[in-house]
Write a protein that binds this ligand. Structure first.
Ligand SMILES: Cc1cc2nc3c(=O)[nH]c(=O)nc-3n(C[C@H](O)[C@H](O)[C@H](O)COP(=O)(O)OP(=O)(O)OC[C@H]3O[C@@H](n4cnc5c(N)ncnc54)[C@H](O)[C@@H]3O)c2cc1C
Length: 314
């Protein structure tokens, strides 16, 4: 097995990324041979102008555009099935690593902060999970491996010499299959973390319409909407609304939980609320034990009646 760095030369931050990759290799790739780096760029002049390096040899891939499909088409022919490929921790690299893993029949892991030997050709990696609450030791699978690093590694010195380029390929744009591109603005910050009132919905609300009913109550109360994992996985609410160990841990003055069972992973997200009101058809649901007020009822008439009361007060 050899390790290879994958470097995005178009990134304004390329030297920091190379320094972090070098430091990572120094710590964790002991006993693994160094392979050539892969330098990606949309402008071949950048390869010639690069004055510093962290690996001796490199293959240069000049791509017509930086669309993920074009980049993947450039990278895939350069992959060796036994080897390990390390990306920097930039956000866009996570998707590239996962897609390369799938395309080559290998494995991927993102935001790793350590690599350890596994059995045979396997490796183990460490990464933080559940909003940095837990460190996981994972066996990503079989090679080739595609890893992205967690950001924040102490940088290492680069060598003051250019790469020796042993191969240069050019890849045309793969964008012909795209018929329409729509730019979707980023979801606005959900405001959950700072909200004094959160109305949280669970699978029991039954769908998007149910979440709209909760949204209307949250609006009347000047609060925000949160959601359990099944709700966001079903796209009844945006991912930003997720409460719990995998999402946001909140501490509002009031949390109203509707149609939520109160599983431990969710409960950890709301347990610091000043006051919890829960409405659930099942009196034995765990959320009922956490709640200051537990209402055994269908959530819909309860939430609508509560909203009518709040609006009548306005
Ligand atoms: C590693 C791991 C991490 C996880 N992280 C999270 C996390 O961060 N956040 C999270 O939420 N989950 C997380 N989960 C999932 C979690 O374990 C639960 O499966 C999830 O919280 C259950 O969501 P729920 O309460 O909406 O659904 P359910 O457990 O299906 O509960 C639905 C509830 O709605 C009630 N109900 C049904 N109809 C009505 C009605 N008409 N009116 C009132 N009540 C009704 C039911 O009685 C039931 O109690 C994680 C799981 C794992 C394994």
């Amino acid at each position: 097995m050899k390790y290879h760095f994958i470097v995005d030369l178009d990134s304004p931050d390329v030297f920091r990324q190379m320094q972090e990759q070098k430091a990572f290799a120094g710590l964790y790739f002991d006993g693994i041979d160094e392979g050539e780096a892969i330098l990606l760029t949309t402008e071949s002049r950048r390869i010639r102008e690069l004055p510093k390096r962290h690996a001796r040899d490199a293959a240069a891939a000049v791509v017509e555009d930086d669309a993920p499909e074009t980049v993947l088409n450039a990278l895939q022919p350069l992959i060796c099935q036994e080897d390990l490929y390390l990306f920097s921790g930039e956000e866009q690299n996570a998707a590239l690593a996962v897609r390369l893993g799938a395309r080559t029949g290998g494995s991927s892991a993102n935001n790793i902060h350590a690599v350890l030997p596994g059995s045979g050709q396997r490796l183990k990696v460490k990464r933080m999970m559940y909003a940095n609450h837990m460190e996981a030791l994972c066996d990503p699978g079989k090679p080739p491996f595609f890893f992205t690093m967690a950001k924040g590694m102490d940088p290492a010195e680069l060598t003051d010499e250019p790469f020796f380029i042993w191969k240069e390929t050019c890849t045309a744009s793969a964008g012909d299959h795209i018929c329409l591109e729509t730019c979707r603005p980023r979801e606005a910050d959900s405001g959950l973390k700072d909200s004094q009132v959160v109305v949280a919905g669970g699978r029991g609300v039954g769908g998007r319409q149910g979440m709209e009913i909760l949204g209307s109550l949250a609006e009347a109360l000047g609060g925000s909407v949160g959601a359990s994992r099944p709700v966001v996985m079903n796209a009844w609410a945006p991912m930003e609304a997720l409460l719990g160990v995998s999402g946001t841990l909140i501490q509002p003055k009031i949390c109203i939980a509707a149609g939520v069972s109160g599983a431990a992973a969710f409960g950890a997200g709301v347990e610091k609320s000043g006051w919890i009101s829960a409405v659930n058809k099942d009196p034995a649901a765990p959320i009922m034990k956490m709640a200051d007020v537990a209402v055994v009822e269908d959530y819909e008439p309860f939430v609508k009646a509560l909203e009518a009361l709040v609006r009548a007060e306005e």
